[in-house]
Design a protein around this ligand. Sequence first.
Ligand code: ATP
Ligand code: MG
Length: 413
Amino acid sequence: MEKLRTVRGVHDLLTDELHKHNKVIDVGLEISDKYNYSQIETPIFEFSEVFTKPLGKSSDIVTKENYIFKDRSEDELMLRPEGTSGVVRAFLNAGLVQDIPQRFSYYGPMFRYERPQKGRLRQFKQLGIECLGLSSSMADIEVISLGYDFLDKLGIINQIDLKINTLGDFESRQKYRNALTTYFKDYQNKLSKDSIRRLVVNPLRILDSKDYEDQKIVRNAPNILEFLNIESKVRFEKICKGLDHLNIKYNIDKNLVRGLDYYCHTAFEFVTNKLGSQGTVLAGGRYDGLSKILGGPDIPGVGWAAGIERLALMISSDFVPVTDVVLMGQAESFNYLLLPIMKKLVQSGIKTEIIYNGNLSKKFKRANKIKASYAIILGEEEINKNVIKLKNLKLGSEEFLDLDQAIKRMRNE
Ligand code: ATP
Ligand code: MG
């Protein structure tokens, strides 16, 4: 029979890779906790409007990349493509607006119908943080600092550059938008199809185009920094100053944007050249308009999301699968006696496997294969004397001990 396949862009995760994912998650949650961000978990699917309202009908995520479906009650649901909208929705629903600031961390699977390649999947995981209720530029600095420390703790910060930019406030962005539209209109017949569409809905998104020809045109596009009003300019300078205080190096990238309308002011990305074209490992910015779009009051927010798969590709693995001890009975009927022994070993924190099948030589082969450190062997003689045989598989030495002694021996006590 033909094997059942997984869906394109969706993968099983086995030991080593999964271990790396978990390490990224552990490090991310731990450093977030130290910055006083509390973990939150929101549903993997929601009414689609939670995502489509903020993202806008024209965004790639909504038009091309969405997993929208109707359930049996004809409700239109969407597998979440990102974490921020759900977190802000949850924050509003929980009535926390009176209790700001709120700091959240989260991780979990996201879903986007994209063209799969290395570091780009249809089901992928993100770990993110959101800081809600603070409009001060200090919050932006804090959030970037947390991202930096996360990558530092993963041991990869020296392979990563921080790019930042500002989108200014609404007024500055409006002026900039007009200037961009005028500029790009002159290149209309050279722009990619996607970008011609963006020219009408949101010219800022052309700056983010992955198309090579578009990128050539983008290079000489007007610079946002020249369109900032004084407040926006001062705000951006404060953020740069804060990063200087933290000794965090950054490059200002005038073409770095978040395409969505609710983003304002700070945009940043941590980027590596070690992963080919999928180089952005952590990206974020300020999204003061989001809460209102979701039906709440005007609550400012800033945060980021990191791609767990991309980070996992960068970290080294210290994962070596080992088993502390294997249990083997000389006859199959002894397997029952091995059960309470296993229970006690497990309770003592020893990683144990009973090898049920085969003769002793087969069992030793299995023990070798899983790199067990010890074997406990139970035969007629041991049962009569109420002891077990403990074999050190590295040294080949054997001892007859009672179980407590054996536990001590294995723990090096
Ligand atoms: P990209 O420009 O690579 O498409 P994006 O702007 O769509 O990224 P965000 O929505 O900002 O990405 O998501 C934050 C991070 O999540 C990205 O920087 C990346 O590390 C990761 N990410 C996004 N989409 C995918 C995907 N399809 N597969 C794996 N990781 C992803
Ligand atoms: Mg994308």
